[in-house]
Design a protein around this ligand. Structure first.
Ligand code: ADP
Ligand code: ADP
Length: 231
């Protein structure tokens, strides 16, 4: 479903250029659960931004479901992003002073889903992440783990094939982090492809495959046998 070949990304600011990704080649099939590791500055966020169609590579090939991203207009890319991909971030990125329900409805406003349908899908998603009794709470009335579950509900409402999660447990205590990981595992069981960046080995080891970046290159790509077998 995701095929990347010799992909590079160079950021240019004035006369300074930084090579964030260097000739990265990788395939990710539908239904995989991939943990992405690597030190700060190794290119993980850049990689996620490109996979998520938030940014374009400087060179190389990115094919998503048989479509070559290079050939698509910005509007087409935005459509792919809205329809295929759900995003979850370390800092939750919820609108403050806006209920959990309204936060979860937001991506469907962009996708032009009717108000009635938005409401019912948002309630269902919140229920699914265990927050059926928190729909009218604002983010500041929720714990970190609950905020992240709202963010996951929001990422799900357009039924994405892929969830991209960048350090989703980075701001959570161990127990909330585990709850969030259980949700990702459950989604993955339902066939959703999960790509998850983490600094924590414990978290990465809950995925089925671990890809490690260093200085913009993939230095290892291995199956996590234990988790792969549990499936
Ligand atoms: P990671 O997520 O692994 O910390 P990043 O992808 O954020 O790595 O960064 C990779 C390299 O690219 C770093 O050297 C970073 O400073 C640089 N970089 C990332 N984004 C930008 C940008 N928008 N403009 C300039 N340099 C950037
Ligand atoms: P993370 O902790 O996820 O690796 P970073 O703090 O490295 O995130 O980067 C956060 C965002 O800022 C990223 O989306 C990245 O593209 C951007 N960024 C990172 N480094 C730079 C930079 N040197 N100049 C401009 N933007 C950057």
């Amino acid at each position: 479903m995701i095929e990347i070949k010799n992909l590079s990304k160079i950021y240019k600011t004035g006369n300074i250029s930084v090579t964030a990704l260097k000739n990265v080649t990788l395939k990710i099939e539908k239904g995989e659960f991939v943990g992405i590791m690597g030190p700060s500055g190794s290119g993980k966020s850049t990689f996620m931004n490109i996979i998520g169609c938030l940014d374009r590579p400087t060179s190389g090939l990115y094919v998503l479901d048989d479509k070559t991203i290079e050939n698509m207009s910005d509007n087409e890319l935005a459509e792919v992003r809205n329809n295929k991909i759900g995003f979850v971030f370390q800092s939750f990125n919820l609108l403050p002073r806006t209920s959990a329900l309204k936060n979860v409805e937001l991506p469907m406003v962009y996708a032009k889903v009717s108000a009635k349908e938005r409401r019912s899908r948002a309630l269902e998603a919140l229920d699914w992440v265990g927050l059926g009794d928190r729909t009218h709470h604002n983010p500041n009335e929720l714990s970190g783990g609950q905020k992240q579950r709202v963010a996951i509900a929001r990422s799900l409402v357009n039924q994405p094939a892929i969830i991209l999660a960048d350090e989703p447990t980075g701001n959570l205590d161990t127990k909330s982090g585990e709850e969030v990981m259980e949700i990702f595992k459950k989604l993955n069981k339902d066939g959703v492809t999960i790509i998850l960046v983490t600094h924590e080995r414990d978290i990465a080891e809950q995925s089925k495959r671990i890809v490690t970046f260093r200085d913009g290159e993939i230095i290892s790509d291995e199956l996590n046998d234990r988790e792969a077998k549990l499936k």
